[in-house]
Each structure stands twice: as C-alpha cells, then as structure tokens.
Design a protein. Structure first.
Length: 214
C-alpha cells in the first residue's frame, strides 16, 4: 500500500512539473509572437522622429526581448537598459486592457513599470542592470564576462542614435563621458543561482522587473 501511495505522489509531482514547464514554454512563445498595437510605433516615432519603420520594428523586438528576460528572471528585478525601448513599454502600458491581458497571459501577473536603475556610475552597476546584462548575453550567446559584442538592449540606443539614450561600450579605455563600460556589468561575486529555466540570473532580490522613465 505504501509503495502504491508513493507511486501516486511521484506521478502527481511529475505531471505538475511537466505541466508547469510546458506552460512557461507556451508563455515564452506567446511573448515572442505577440503583435503590438500599431499606435505604439507611431507614439515612439513622435518622440524620436528620425527613426525609420525598420528602426521602430527593432525597438519592438527589443521590448519583446525585455519581456522574455523578465519571464526567465521569474519575478527577480530586471532593469531596463534602453531608453527607446522603455518609451515603447510606457506607450504599451497606456493601452491598459491590452497590457493587462498581455501580462496575464505572459506572466500570470501584472508587470509593473518601475524606475530604471541604469548604472550608478560609468563603472558601478546595481543588481537589476547586472541581471539584465547576464540574461541578455545568454539570450544572444555572448559571454557576459568577456563579451565580444553588445546584446540588443545594450546596443540599441547607440545604434539608433537616441539622444537621451543609455550608451554602453566594450572598450572602456576609449569610453566617453556619456558612455557606460559594459565589461564592468559582467559577473562578479553576485553571479550565482539559476532560474526555473536553468539560466543563471544572479542573486535573489525580489520584486517585479525594473523599468525606465517614470
């Protein structure tokens, strides 16, 4: 009888784990294929009129990527590294019903838009931006400690010439006053632990994903 009960418990646990993993996989697929309201592009273009339609599509790709990082981080703080992507996020939130529905399907919770961390100084990063860096690098198959290129969310403001954007550089020796040194964001003593998806995301401060703007 006891063996039978143990078998039932093991089966229930196994079904739960498989179901949970499948749900998270479905949520990531939902985020990756989500189609944003076309007005978001228009609003971002009003803020940055030099952007082409192709540029604006890249911004929305960046927003999808950020949401994927938040999903992988599983409620741990992920700061928003990009100003232009943050503007798109803010515009998305203004479509309150659409955003609520998106969050329910993608995260099973409302993803709050909170102030960005960026970096405290050009060489000092807080945990939220460190986690964003690590997860972004993993997403693009980049070594976060010895990167040879910048991941999208850390490159896009410079690439699109966003005047008020966050600029990052790999060459810290030649960095300018308004640029952050990306190599200083890489793993330090806080690089431990992993998410439910098996991706390292650093230590465990709680709360929702970080954001920018207001």
């Amino acid at each position: 009888m006891q063996i039978w009960l143990i078998g039932i418990v093991v089966l229930v646990v196994a079904v739960f784990i498989v179901s949970r993993n499948q749900k998270r996989k479905d949520q990531r697929a939902f985020i990756g294929t989500y189609r944003f309201n076309k007005i978001i592009k228009t609003k971002v273009a009003q803020r940055y009129p030099h952007l082409t339609d192709e540029n604006l599509s890249l911004v929305l790709d960046g927003l999808k990527e950020y949401f994927l990082l938040c999903h992988v981080a599983n409620k741990r703080i992920v700061a928003m590294p990009s100003q232009v992507v943050d503007v798109a996020w803010h515009e998305f939130i203004l479509f309150t019903r659409e955003y609520q529905s998106f969050c329910d399907k993608a995260f099973n919770r409302f993803l709050h838009h909170t102030p960005t961390e960026a970096m405290v100084t050009p060489t000092r990063a807080l945990e939220g931006i460190k986690r964003a860096w690590r997860l972004s690098c993993v997403h693009h198959n980049i070594d976060p400690v010895n990167p040879t290129r910048l991941p999208l969310l850390f490159e896009i403001d410079s690439k699109l010439n966003i005047e008020d954007g966050f600029k990052y550089t790999l060459d810290c020796q030649k960095s300018h006053a308004n640029e952050y040194c990306a190599s200083h964001i890489g793993c330090s003593s806080g690089c431990a632990g992993s998410t439910a998806d098996g991706i390292s995301d650093g230590g465990g401060d709680g709360g929702g994903c970080g954001g920018g703007g207001d």
